[in-house]
Ligand binder design. Structure first.
Ligand SMILES: Nc1ncnc2c1ncn2[C@@H]1O[C@H](COP(=O)(O)OP(=O)(O)OP(=O)(O)O)[C@@H](O)[C@H]1O
Length: 590
């Protein structure tokens, strides 16, 4: 690529650090490696790629996510449309848009996201693009495509570089920031091609001298590639801004006719992401995903898997071109024809894809051929429909809305079809009115019943309150009387206790006194008893002495008697002996 073609375009693209920090979640890669320009073909990489076709990623609820964005009024519209009634009404919470037909009638459309004029670029990115970038980093293909008539904000939404206001940078810059944030330096790579599709010719915006690039198809895999397209490997955010600035400069060629070329051509940014992830030796990481097409190459020896995915960011030509309206000055037949061809093919492809048709007519235009990966099932695509607020552009607005609706699933489109079927609409409305009237009546009855019940309950509550108040008053009075009685009883008890206490004190004193007196008496008595005892003892001693004396006398008498008795016994013995002797002498037989 001709480096000089964008080397001069870098000034003013680097935000101040405060601007960077102002937006949470944006961390810039501070590496200063120069941008490497690598004229590489898209097919050269594809040749080592193994393609697996599976189901959609789990969280991909629909085929294509369609968001609608309303541009704020510009100064001209603020001035000129002041007295015009609003044509567009958005109900973002309900994801609805209404187009006013007249004062009492409107058409209503539902989208996946409805973004009003107050929504910031960051919010648009978060809602519409962040899930796509996430899927791309996981190995799926993704795209965001902006569709709308001229001046409705397609380029602002996608390609704003944030030079004038950092917060206004668009989807392209923010996507690259997020991708680089997830980037493992030395392992992963992010390459960018910047293309323009004008009159069905593909121009390389990074090397415009190359002319019309050929689209080739791999006969075996059916892969589409642009072998001649410049692919620049990014190292940091600054290199990307340089690239876009250079590419944008090539969109507006000096030829005055080309100044309007931007709105009569499609601009496509292709971001190719290669991420190296660790996997089991010889196994493709595809097995760990629940569906999805992911382009992967297994490096057999070091057990690393390279996930390859593509992200397309497409700023379409102004949709009003397809109408070839008289307002489009200088619009050639060919310009209208090719824009119409590609946008119609894109609409048909979206519709076929949304309806789940096996065949999606991607061969009908170069635009759909380039984007054919998106219609294969595993990609994540967001379509942003941009509209202006002015009543003057109501035809373009309505056409853009219908394009978006066709890209959505059939059930989401029913509302649109119904709007055109007057009879069905009338029938539906009448049924709705009947239903609402019946519902209203039912609700009124419910309200009436509820009011009656409420009145009854209120009366009951009031009665209960009155009764409770009465009871409380009686209880209070009773308690008061009881308290007085208890107080009186207590006073009396205290008085009585005091008296008892006094009496006890008196008794104690008396007893003490009595005790002392008794003590004295006892002492006297004790002395008397002691005297008595000693007297008695003395008497006893005397008695004892007397007794001893008597006893001695008795003993003496006994002794004397004993002596007398002994002498008697001796005499008796002598007499006995004499008797015996006499007997023996007499010879008296025994
Ligand atoms: N959400 C927005 N907030 C502020 N200004 C906006 C917004 N959308 C668009 N604009 C402004 O409106 C003008 C037209 O926008 P833009 O060039 O992005 O429209 P477009 O649809 O890309 O038109 P074309 O098809 O002609 O390229 C620009 O000046 C742009 O700054």
């Amino acid at each position: 690529m001709n480096m000089s073609s964008y080397a001069n375009c870098i000034s003013g693209t680097i935000p101040s650090s405060s601007e960077v920090q102002a937006e949470k979640g944006i961390s810039l890669n501070t590496q200063t490696c120069p941008t490497r320009i690598r004229p590489k073909t898209m097919s050269s990489a594809a040749s080592i790629v193994r393609r697996t076709i599976n189901h959609r990623p789990k969280d991909n609820g629909g085929s294509v996510k369609v968001a609608l964005r309303l541009r704020p009024r510009n100064s001209e519209e603020l001035e000129n449309d002041a007295d015009l009634t609003d044509y567009v009404e958005l109900l973002p919470e309900m994801k609805l848009l209404r187009l006013r037909k007249n004062n009492w009638d409107y058409e209503e459309f539902e989208f996946d996201e409805v973004l009003d004029e107050t929504v910031s670029q960051k919010e648009v990115y978060d809602v519409v693009m962040k899930p796509v970038v996430k899927a791309v980093l996981e190995g799926y293909n993704g795209a965001v495509i902006a569709y709308g008539s001229a001046g409705t904000g397609k380029t602002f939404t996608l390609a704003n570089l944030g030079k004038e206001n950092y917060a206004d940078r668009g989807v392209m810059v923010r996507s690259i920031e997020d991708i680089l944030d997830d980037f493992s330096f030395g392992q992963d790579s992010v390459s960018v091609s910047y293309l323009q599709l004008y009159l069905e010719a593909v121009k390389d915006l990074l090397a415009p001298e190359k002319g019309n690039l050929a689209i080739t198809e791999d006969p075996e895999t059916g892969d589409i590639s642009l072998p001649g397209a410049t692919s620049v490997e990014l190292k940091d955010r600054t290199s990307f801004l340089d690239l876009l600035t250079a590419g944008d400069a090539n969109r507006n060629l000096p030829d005055s006719k080309m100044n309007i070329e931007s709105t009569r051509s499609h601009t496509l940014l292709l971001v190719e992401v290669r991420k190296t992830v660790k996997g089991k030796q010889g196994k493709y990481l595809t097995a760990s995903y629940d569906g999805g097409v992911s382009l992967q190459t297994s490096i057999s020896n070091d057990a690393l898997t390279i996930k390859k995915s593509k992200l397309w960011i497409v700023d379409l030509a102004g949709s009003e071109i397809r109408e070839n309206k008289s307002g489009n000055e200088g619009l050639s037949f060919d310009e209208a024809k090719f824009v119409n061809l590609s946008l119609t093919a894109l609409g048909r492809s979206f519709h076929a894809f949304a309806e789940g048709n096996r065949h999606v007519p991607t061969r009908d235009s170069k635009l759909t051929r380039l984007l054919c990966d998106l219609f294969e099932g595993a990609s994540r695509t967001s379509l942003i429909i941009t509209i202006g607020p002015s009543l003057r552009h109501k035809v373009d607005t309505r056409n853009s809305i219908l394009f978006g609706q066709r890209a959505m699933k059939a059930e989401n489109m029913r509302r649109v079809k119904d709007d055109f079927d007057y009879e069905t609409l009338c029938r539906d409305l009448q049924a709705k009115v009947d239903q609402l009237t019946a519902e209203n009546e039912r609700q009124s009855n419910l309200v009436f019943d509820a009011e009656k019940r409420l009145k009854r309950i209120t009366e009951e509550v009031e009665l209960t309150i009155q009764k409770s108040e009465r009871q409380a008053k009686a209880l209070l009075e009773e308690s008061h009387a009881k308290i007085l009685l208890i107080q009186k009883e207590n006073m009396e008890s205290i008085k009585k206790l005091k008296q008892e206490c006094h009496q006890l004190e008196k008794d104690l004193n008396e007893n003490t006194r009595k005790f002392c007196t008794q003590n004295e008496c006892v002492a006297l008595e004790k002395t008397q008893i002691e005297d008595e005892i000693s007297r008695k003892q003395q008497e006893m001693e005397e008695c004892l002495q007397e007794y001893h004396r008597e006893l001695s006398d008795i003993i003496a008498r006994i002794d004397k008697e004993c002596i007398q008795r002994q002498s008697v016994e001796r005499r008796l013995k002598e007499l006995e002996d004499q008797m015996k002797a006499r007997k023996r002498n007499l010879n008296v037989p025994k």
